[in-house]
Design a protein around this ligand. Structure first.
Ligand SMILES: [Zn+2]
Ligand SMILES: [Zn+2]
Length: 170
């Protein structure tokens, strides 16, 4: 994701169009989610004197597992990229460094994706998940396990011996 900015470096205000279609670099940054398909980046780099400004759109498709029922989930995401690059030392955390005549978008792209990904991936907000007792996918119907009260369910997930305790009390 490196772009040669030789053409716009000479002149403040100069603009160049950029396009990248290819694999995401370092896609192992994301624990539960993988980006296997090519990502697409389209936009412009503008010489703003002190800095190079990136304005663009990033499109990607990611896959993962539903945090409740473990079903595979595939989602498409479109992100706006508005980032600044500088070749000078700066304390500004919002500015990405570049050297020489190349701006590398790898880090800024990865940072933008991490911020935009859901904390918990769900197949649907209404996903009922798996029964904690028998493991049946409750989206496909209820199971034979006896109905429980909410506070008991809580105890089971928080205390691994909750299930045993329940078992022995019968
Ligand atoms: Zn689910
Ligand atoms: Zn069950």
């Amino acid at each position: 994701m490196k772009f040669d900015i030789t053409d716009i470096k000479k002149e403040s205000g100069a603009v160049m169009e950029i396009r990248y279609q290819g694999p995401l670099v370092q896609d192992d940054l994301y624990d539960m989610i993988s980006v296997k398909d090519d990502v697409l980046i389209e936009g412009t780099l503008t010489n703003q004197g002190e800095e190079i400004f990136l304005s663009g759109v990033l499109k990607l498709t990611y896959t993962g597992q539903c945090a409740r029922c473990l079903k595979p989930v595939t989602r498409t995401m479109t992100l706006q990229l508005n980032e600044r690059f500088s070749s000078r030392d700066t304390d500004d955390d919002d500015v990405y460094p570049y050297e020489g005549n190349f701006v590398d978008l790898t880090k800024t792209v990865n940072d933008n994706i991490i911020v935009a990904l859901p904390v918990r991936l769900l197949c649907s907000e209404q996903c009922k998940g798996l029964c904690p007792v028998c493991g049946k996918n409750l989206n496909q119907g209820s199971c034979q396990c006896r109905p429980e009260q909410e506070d008991k369910k809580q105890e089971k997930t928080e205390n691994p011996f909750g299930i045993l305790k329940d078992y022995f009390s019968h």
